[in-house]
Design a protein around this ligand. Structure first.
Ligand SMILES: NC(=O)C1=CN([C@@H]2O[C@H](COP(=O)(O)OP(=O)(O)OC[C@H]3O[C@@H](n4cnc5c(N)ncnc54)[C@H](O)[C@@H]3O)[C@@H](O)[C@H]2O)C=CC1
Ligand SMILES: O=C(O)[C@H]1O[C@H](OP(=O)(O)OP(=O)(O)OC[C@H]2O[C@@H](n3ccc(=O)[nH]c3=O)[C@H](O)[C@@H]2O)[C@H](O)[C@@H](O)[C@@H]1O
Length: 481
């Protein structure tokens, strides 16, 4: 029986391994992690991550061919294929700080694999890593290998949170990169055989290692670029009276462009887009390509601009100050159908409003108070390290309260900011909300989920990203000077 071990029981390791176990009942899958709390949660009824459909798949396999363990070394030693799906955050200090990927966790996993292995292994890069990482990993593994043959494969993951289980069950493509040697090709074939159990052959792409590694960074950069492109257009729409949804619809009808990923928003979030583009920027700089680096950096800069622009709209609309005013924050996760808050634009918007002394009342259906407070207290780039290594005593912020429904969040508020496109925010009783708010009552929709006309009829002053401006907002500056 093939035995697979995955190092890293996070948003990628957990769901991807659960799907492999589900689709391949004759493969033994073990997911290991150094974070005991996370492993305990994977072994409990309350999984450590919220992902639609995940519970059912885990329940179907756990205790049969899927298990979760902290006994990292024993399971690694025992496995044929080892996936490495550990954090690859942005470096916070030293060479390349603020841009380069921090490969500390990857390197320590590789050293451990080299130390404990007693038989040949296929080591699979599942984490997103800089192009050429496999070369370094190979050196670490073979340096100490005692004659053991290690084959490194790149098998980047393309799942999106909130739709992970469907993405894994029906992927657009699975990418496998490996060495062009006979051993490398045999390793590719072994991994391909696992995916081929449920993924059609023509969707399993094999290529050289560097192409596979770079394709992941390229895909994320191009996806994020589409969002920054439409967000840049949203600013121009607001200045001209065009409607960004109509523009996106018209543009997306061109089959060469396509309609997906053209929703204007307060900005993209999530653990990867910014981190991976910054890593790409750093790689370009290291290869003497400053123009290319500058080009991709703009994608992140427009995203920052969009978040700043949003805060500015809020403050300038509300008489240039939110000091002492209650502002409801609806949604804190970086997108709907996940409890993940990593790099969520809500953090930047909340910090901007807190800087202006607002009183925030935050509601998200999936994010805990503890997480929100931790996020508002954690430093830039510090959040993407294994949870138990992030400082765990966040300073309490007196200006923030976290509540468990949208109505208490908005009661007595001067303004509402919609930060996540949760379905429930489309169907709230906005008349009831309006009646309970201070007047004039403002709504700032960072996700274009509300019906602007209906809310204006109720009496709200509405700002919705990239939509024709409310007369109230029209003459106010879009960005603070
Ligand atoms: N979150 C996402 O949707 C996607 C993430 N990725 C990439 O996958 C990688 C992992 O991301 P996530 O799963 O989101 O991160 P995560 O933070 O949820 O999980 C990583 C896990 O690795 C563990 N870990 C770190 N070092 C370890 C070690 N030496 N031994 C054992 N366990 C260790 C941590 O404790 C943590 O539980 C990153 O490179 C990310 O860029 C790729 C595609 C999608
Ligand atoms: O490498 C990764 O981590 C993953 O990053 C993204 O997945 P994810 O971040 O989970 O979610 P997305 O659906 O891509 O959304 C990212 C952010 O962009 C925002 N977004 C998305 C689409 C859009 O049209 N407009 C927009 O503002 C979302 O609200 C969210 O904040 C990619 O879609 C995945 O393919 C990739 O595997």
């Amino acid at each position: 029986m093939v035995k697979i071990c995955c190092i890293g029981a996070g948003y990628v390791g957990g769901p991807t391994m659960a799907m492999i176990a589900y689709k391949c009942s004759d493969v033994q899958v073990v997911v290991v992690d150094i974070a005991a709390a996370r492993i305990n949660a994977w072994n409990s009824d309350r999984l450590p991550i919220f992902e639609p459909g995940l519970d059912d798949v885990v329940k179907a396999c756990r205790g049969k061919n899927l298990s979760f363990s902290t006994d990292v070394e024993a399971h690694v030693a025992d496995s044929d294929i080892i996936f490495v799906s550990v954090n690859t955050p942005t470096k916070t200090r030293g060479l390349g700080a603020g841009k380069a990927a921090d490969l500390t966790y990857w390197e320590s996993a590789a050293r451990m694999i080299a130390d404990v292995s007693k038989s040949d292994k296929i080591v699979v890069e599942k984490s997103t890593v800089p192009v050429k990482t496999a070369e370094a990993i190979e050196k670490i593994l073979t340096h100490n290998s005692k004659g053991i043959n290690f084959q490194i494969l790149s098998n980047p993951e393309f799942l999106a949170e909130g739709t992970a289980m469907d993405d894994l069950a029906n992927p657009d493509r699975v990418l496998i990169g490996g060495r062009e040697t006979p051993e490398g090709q045999r390793a590719i074939a072994a991994l391909k055989a696992v995916y081929a159990r449920w993924v059609p052959e023509d969707r399993i792409l094999t290529m050289n290692l560097w192409s596979a590694e770079l394709s992941k960074l390229a895909a994320n950069a191009i996806l994020a670029q589409r969002i920054s492109s439409i967000n840049a257009m949203s600013a121009l729409c607001e200045a001209t009276g065009a409607d960004v949804s109509e523009v996106a619809y018209a543009v997306g009808k061109d089959s060469r462009i396509g309609s997906r990923f053209l929703n204007a928003s307060v900005g993209f979030g999530g653990s990867c887009f910014q981190k991976d583009i910054l890593s790409l920027v750093y790689i370009c700089e290291c290869h003497g390509l400053p123009e290319v680096a500058h080009y991709w950096k703009q994608v992140v800069q427009i995203n920052d601009y969009q978040k700043t622009r949003f805060v500015n709209r809020v403050v300038s609309s509300m008489f240039n100050t939110v000091s002492g005013k209650k502002v409801a924050i609806l949604g804190f996760a970086f997108k709907k159908d996940t409890g993940d808050t990593r790099e969520t634009p809500a953090i930047d918007v909340c910090r901007g409003l807190l800087g202006d002394k607002a009183q925030l009342s935050i509601y998200d259906p999936q994010v805990t108070e503890d997480q929100i407070r931790r996020d508002l207290a954690t430093g830039k780039f510090d959040w993407d390290h294994p949870q138990h290594l992030v400082p765990s005593s966040p300073t309490a912020c007196k200006q923030v309260s976290v509540v468990w429904d949208a109505y208490s969040a908005t009661a007595g508020a001067h303004g509402i900011c919609i930060m996540t496109e949760w379905e429930e925010f489309k169907n709230l009783d906005y008349k009831k909300i309006y009646d309970g708010m201070e007047k004039p009552a403002f709504i700032f929709d960072g996700r274009n989920v509300v019906n602007v006309e209906e809310l204006r009829k109720i009496g709200f002053i509405v700002y919705s990203v990239g939509k024709p401006l409310d007369p109230w907002v029209k003459d106010l500056p879009a960005v603070a000077y």
